[in-house]
Design a protein. Structure first.
Length: 205
């Protein structure tokens, strides 16, 4: 099976993700969108996206996987804009780091859509697509927080994506109705990643 991918926001994080996913064997096409048209054109010249769109709505239409890699405060508004263009089977990920705030501000709530926080715990002190590169996320944890419970098939797909990035997935519990995450359930495990990077052998159950 192959997947059509849309990436909204082609800066350091979105561009680096595009570099990795462009080499994923299950990738069908990658459509990119960025407010900077020159950034879009650069990504296409580099071969990390197959095409670019003139709007987020156009980018996600028909996509199987959608990644929102824009500044945190813009993520809820972008999701609200694209929501009606997503299919019932589309999985939407955002790369934002402020999980509770984002989930509390998603309107309408993604109750009938698959939505996950997808936060790579790594990056660079530099910004912009020209600093994007392959393997930026290699060896770092990716914290995945689903809005709804995930079936094993979807977890496996997310693990494959992280494997393509050479990253390690840590699944948080699903969000509560108040948008809070019980950090105590997972904090010791992913903190160990920073203290002892080589100690990670498998995804925590």
């Amino acid at each position: 099976m192959s997947y059509t991918i849309a990436i909204i926001g082609l800066g350091l994080m979105g561009g680096s993700l595009a570099f990795d996913l462009s080499e994923w064997k299950k990738k069908s096409t990658i459509t990119g969108y960025d407010i900077n048209e020159e950034t879009q054109k650069w990504c296409q010249r580099m071969g990390i996206i197959d095409r670019f769109s003139r709007s987020p709505e156009e980018a996600v239409e028909g996509a199987d996987l959608v990644f929102i890699a824009t500044p945190v405060r813009t993520i809820p508004a972008i999701y609200s804009t694209i929501r009606s263009y997503l299919t019932s089977k589309t999985i939407t990920f955002d790369l934002g780091s402020t999980r509770q705030w984002i989930f509390q501000h998603l309107l309408p709530r993604p109750e009938d859509r698959l939505y996950c926080g997808f936060h790579p715990m790594g990056g660079s002190e530099k910004n912009g697509v020209h600093y994007a590169r392959r393997r930026l996320f290699a060896g770092v944890p990716v914290l995945v927080t689903p809005y709804q419970s995930l079936v094993s098939e979807k977890k496996q797909l997310i693990e494959e994506i992280a494997h393509c990035m050479e990253s390690q997935v840590f699944f948080y519990p699903r969000m509560s109705t108040t948008g809070s995450v019980p950090l105590s359930a997972t904090f010791p495990m992913w903190w160990q990643t920073f203290s002892h990077p080589r100690s990670i052998e498998q995804r925590p159950t």
